[in-house]
Design a protein around this ligand. Structure first.
Ligand code: DAH
Length: 319
């Protein structure tokens, strides 16, 4: 800097050469240029020496052992619940349903009232509810963590006219003490089809086709009466046990019965259709709801629902 820099001694000498007379200029110029070259060469040499020394040092002290085994790159995988949800959705999409999702924090009106479960009705006891400490500004509506995906039935119908054919996967929440078959949070897949002239035969045909796609083409299905306030009639659907082939005796999966319950279903209650303004003289429909964790437990032989969300990689790596 002091010599070669923009204001260095040598630079100034060279710049001021013009002020000297011809003779002086020639000798001074030659000397100054010689000095400049010498300095520049010395500088370059020293820079190179320092760089070589730095490299030599890092080669000895920061040596990389390229023979050390690297860190293994593990492939990710889908959570068993996600896999089942995708399989279920694919089966219904192939039958013309579309997939929609809805809010996990829900109004009482959608979770209960529009599903024919008015305030104070004992059917509310079927869903142990986590209430959210918030009311709408008019003070009329309470909020909750949805206890099932069924509220989306009303939301979808409010937003469109028939034909409706939707499938709704999502998380649901219950005020529940956990044990091997109960979790406070799990998933459901809801289904809804509404149109002019839909009958119970459509329900049976659609769900039968689903069972065969999901559990194998030789599956048999069984419908029995069940009660859900938002359907009439309501049923539970079982498939013949895929583990023992329906024989039953000594089977852990179907607990000796030969049948496995896989979902609730039914014909949409006219009050539910009327609640969203549908013409009940014209339209009918069917609905169903199933639990992917339950299906995964059956399919993969998982004996405790709490494994799903315990984040234990030893569990998750099996799928
Ligand atoms: N929402 C019900 C539950 O959480 C499941 C269900 C049953 C959904 C029957 C339906 C249905 O759509 O028709 O237990």
């Amino acid at each position: 800097m002091a010599y070669l820099g923009r204001r260095g001694h040598l630079t100034l000498v060279l710049r001021n050469l013009a002020q000297l007379d011809m003779e002086q200029r020639r000798t001074a110029g030659a000397q100054a240029n010689q000095a400049k070259r010498t300095l520049e060469e010395a500088l370059a040499r020293r820079t190179q020496e320092l760089e070589d020394a730095r490299l030599a040092m890092s080669a000895t002290q920061e040596r990389l052992d390229v023979t050390l085994p690297g860190y293994p790159v593990t492939g990710g995988r889908l959570h068993p619940t996600t896999r089942i949800i995708r399989e279920v959705c694919e089966a219904f999409v192939a039958m013309g349903f579309s997939v929609v999702e809805g809010p996990e924090v829900e109004w009482d009106r959608y979770n209960f009232e529009l599903l024919n479960i008015p305030k104070g009705h004992p059917a509310r006891d079927m869903w142990n509810t986590l209430w959210v400490d918030y009311q709408d500004p008019a003070g009329q509506q309470s909020m909750l963590l949805r206890t099932h995906t069924s509220p989306m039935q009303a939301r979808v119908m409010e937003s469109q006219q028939p034909p409706v054919r939707v499938i709704v996967p999502g998380k649901v929440y219950r005020y529940e003490a956990t044990d091997a078959t109960h979790e406070w949070h799990f998933h459901q897949v809801e289904g809804l089809a509404v149109d002019d002239g839909i009958t119970f035969a459509d329900l049976k045909g659609t769900l039968y086709e689903f069972a065969r796609r999901m559990f194998g083409s030789e599956r048999k299905v069984r419908f029995r009466c069940d009660y859900f306030p938002f359907v009439e009639p309501g049923v539970d659907m079982s498939i013949d046990c895929f583990a023992c082939g329906g024989k039953g005796s000594g089977c852990r999966i179907c607990r000796d019965s030969g049948w496995i319950e896989i979902m609730g279903a039914g014909m949409v209650h006219p009050k539910v259709l009327a609640g969203v303004g549908y013409d009940t003289a014209k339209y009918t429909g069917f609905a169903f709801g199933l639990g992917p964790e339950r299906i995964a437990m059956l399919k993969y032989g998982i004996d405790d629902i709490r494994h799903f969300y315990a984040n234990d990689l030893r569990f998750l790596r099996q799928f």
